[in-house]
Unconditional design. Structure first.
Lengths: 492, 266
């Protein structure tokens, strides 16, 4: 290195100039470093975990309980793949390939920042190799690359849940479509660090399609049909793995006033879902299961291989049908689930039918062409014979299913009308019964005790008059005809 | 002793060649057949590999090695007995369908393919017989032949998919209980998966270890990108299965059959 000569002024200037040239970038780089440290430092993706646990895994429609931690944890999840024959629809069986023995697979719930240690076991009795791709994983194959497992063996890998959201997981062994089509999917929820708002009930629903050789409804063990899968023409579109899995006695249950959150996934393998609950509005939708929140949505899209989170409050009691609003899927292929809400009704929010009336079309303007004028039916009271005939017809369609065409009813359940002292002895001639129904009040008919519900039918005055005329003059009963005006008097 | 391979015209299915050290048992007589040389269309290939692979004439067992066959091997070579074998050469599932080291225990599976055997065990058996395991190319080539007899006209893909659709049977059926193909071989598909010598040659790794950009294993779209015949999706599963194996693994539905070189002829 050359010795610096500072003897002359020019060499001093040169020296200073050189020092400045040297120092300035050093100074800048130092300050640059500090700036860099403040704004560009990478997020701590891999903060140390402070403990480990094995969360409960639940099957649809249940969701594991919320659990919050201020620090990331190691979460140990173990899932066993089982190939088994189960019911797809009434009389229809299918060889499902499953995570955990059910379709959809278990619901995994972790927190943003957690480290997940995932064990994938392939039951020794299975025939197929399997793996798992979780959409919550940042890494090749979403884990599929690390988990290819033959029967009788197990694979383990770890991943960090970096992003909050609701994600699908599925088997990704080639041919992937077939593994998904046979039932290998589920949901993993990564709750945000700050947690999700409290709700009263959380549910897990997953839509998917099934492609069977036989047509929808054809009984027996149905094989998978690859041609239909490629053409995207399923025979079944279902919620939670089979037709009727979440309807009737298996429906979701809630009470009026409950705040509900539904984690809804769509496994595909092909179709996009137009997710809608008939009679409910989602006041909150976490769009595509992410962090963007939409509000006041009735029908929301769930991508194939994606998910959504919807929230709403139950305002009214009733049975609410959950559908894919590509509506033939719901009513002809099985994409129907139900939410039953019990509790008090509020007629100010929903009144039910208020009236059932004759529709008088508006009088058209003079066009030179005259529609047939509407003829007001005569206000005269119909004859006894007419009332009787009308009443007979009305009785057949409204009453005979319980009281029987013979008027004998069903002992212990439905009181007889034939020679009924309860009916014939009434001051209102039975009009009150047809106006209001009977709601569990005990009554005695011909010495026998009855206590039950007779539904309140919405019948017009004329109809009630006809029915009572018929009933009070059949099977040994005898009375005068009942007039529409009689009914009107009792009604008011 | 020179093993001479006779040309086996496709019509002559019955021509069976005896190999050295072979014991003929009544059921599942493990005779071999000469498979004529030909071309095999690789299911999956790298850019630098040919799409069409030449397969030389070779001998292949008519059916899979049975439990009975394997028992004679274990009796003659007791270090391959269940309680003696090193964990390096077989995992804990080794021969678990047998009652004991030297006893199958269930007559119903005497003539069924032996399963729960590792690649090491299968390879040792083959060498003991003066044979070897078939290469993947040889096996795939021989397995591509169409069914004959009552199954004539059935598409192989349908046979395979029907097998995938069914759960594993409780009692594995005996060899020769499914279909025979034009080479005279039984049950190449539809009974058990079978070991091949180079079972992990399917994995295409990049030159650098940890090269994650290369087409690697049979998951997601990776497999379909490089497959020559996308219609043969049933084959995807078979290749994926092999990719999940390690040499010491045993699987309940995985057996093997042996091959042998044909000296002299091409």
């Amino acid at each position: 290195m050359k010795v610096v000569n500072l003897n002359s002024r020019s060499s001093q200037v040169t020296f200073l100039r050189r020092m400045l040239l040297f120092l300035v970038p050093v100074f800048i780089s130092f300050t640059g470093c500090t700036q860099h440290a403040k704004t560009d430092a990478p997020q701590s993706d891999t903060a140390a975990v402070t403990g480990e646990y094995s969360p409960a895994l639940t099957f649809a429609p249940n969701v594991p309980e919320a659990r919050y931690s201020t620090t990331p944890k190691k979460v140990i999840v173990e899932i066993e793949v089982v190939e088994k024959i189960m019911k797809l629809a009434d009389g229809v069986d299918y060889t499902f390939w499953t995570f955990g023995g059910k379709v959809p697979g278990p619901f995994i719930r972790v927190q943003e920042g957690d480290e997940v240690e995932l064990h994938l076991d392939n039951n020794a009795n299975n025939k197929m190799p399997h793996n798992i791709d979780l959409h919550a994983v940042s890494g090749p194959g979403g884990g599929a690359e690390a988990t290819m497992t033959v029967p009788g063996h197990s694979s383990v890998f770890n991943f960090r849940a970096l992003n909050p959201g609701l994600f699908v997981y599925h088997c990704a062994t080639a041919p992937v479509g077939m593994h998904i089509a046979n039932g290998m999917y589920g949901l993993i929820l990564v709750t945000p660090k700050e947690g999700l708002p409290n709700v009263d009930k959380e549910f897990y629903i997953m839509q998917s399609e099934f492609y069977t050789k036989g047509k929808n409804g054809e009984p027996g063990l149905q094989p998978f049909d690859m041609d239909k899968a490629i053409k995207e023409q399923p025979e079944y579109v279902v919620f939670n793995g089979s037709v009727g899995s979440t309807t009737g006695t298996n429906a979701l249950q809630a009470k009026v006033g409950d705040r509900i959150r539904i984690y809804a996934g769509n496994a595909g393998p092909n179709l996009v879902s137009s997710f809608h609950i008939i009679g409910q509005i989602f006041d909150k939708v976490y769009v595509e299961g992410g962090s963007q929140i939409n509000q006041n949505v009735a029908t929301t899209l769930i991508p194939s291989g994606g998910a959504t989170i919807v929230e709403f409050t139950c305002k009214e009691p009733g049975t609410f049908n959950i559908v894919d609003h590509s509506i033939f899927r719901a009513f002809n292929q099985g994409a129907l689930a139900q939410l039953i809400v019990t509790g008090p009704a509020d007629k100010n929010i929903y009144s039910g039918k208020l009236a059932d009336q004759f529709y008088y079309p508006p009088i058209p303007a003079e066009t030179g062409k005259k529609d047939n004028p509407v003829v007001e039916p005569t206000a005269l009271e119909p004859s006894f014979a007419d009332r009787f005939k009308d009443g007979h017809a009305l009785f057949e369609s409204n009453c005979s299913s319980c009281h029987q065409a013979t008027g004998l009813g069903l002992p212990g359940s439905f009181p007889p009308l034939a020679k009924s002292d309860f009916l014939m002895g009434r001051q209102d001639m039975g009009i009150g019964i047809l106006l209001h129904g009977i709601n569990n009040e005990p009554i005695t008919v011909n010495g026998k005790h009855f206590q039950g519900v007779m539904p309140q039918l919405s019948l017009a005055d004329d109809q009630i008059a006809s029915i009572l005329t018929y009933v009070r003059n059949s099977w040994g009963n005898k009375s005068a005809a009942i007039k529409a005006s009689d009914v009107k008097k009792v009604r008011n | 002793m020179i093993i001479v391979c006779f040309l086996a015209p496709l019509k002559q299915y019955g021509k069976v060649l005896q190999s050295n050290g072979h014991i003929n048992s009544k059921n599942g007589a493990s005779g071999m057949l000469s498979i004529p040389g030909g071309s095999y269309h690789a299911f999956l290939r790298r850019k630098d590999q040919p799409a069409v692979i030449r397969v030389r004439r070779f001998l292949l067992d008519i059916n899979a090695v049975t439990n009975e066959d394997f028992l004679t091997f274990v009796k003659a070579n007791p270090k391959w007995a269940r309680s003696k074998i090193s964990r390096l050469f077989a995992d804990p599932g080794y021969l678990k369908q047998w009652a004991d080291d030297f006893e199958i225990g269930n007559d119903k599976i005497k003539s069924s393919p032996v399963t729960n055997v590792s690649w090491f065990a299968a390879d040792a058996y083959a060498r003991w017989k003066g044979k070897r395991l078939p290469t993947q190319a040889e096996w795939e080539y021989a397995a591509a032949a169409a069914p004959v007899g009552i199954n004539r006209g059935a598409r192989l893909t349908r046979i395979i998919l029907a097998w995938y659709d069914r759960p594993n049977p409780v009692i594995l059926p005996p060899v020769r209980s499914t279909y025979r193909n034009t080479y005279g071989l039984y049950d190449m598909h539809g009974l058990v998966w079978e070991w091949v010598d180079d079972f992990n040659s399917v994995i295409i790794q990049g030159e650098n270890s940890g090269d994650r950009t290369s087409v690697n294993s049979f998951f997601c779209a990776a497999g379909s990108l490089n497959s020559v015949n996308k219609e043969d999706y049933a084959a995807f599963m078979r290749f994926a299965f092999r990719q999940g194996l390690q040499a010491r693994y045993t699987v309940k539905s995985l057996g093997f059959r042996c091959a042998k070189d044909c000296a002299g002829f091409n």
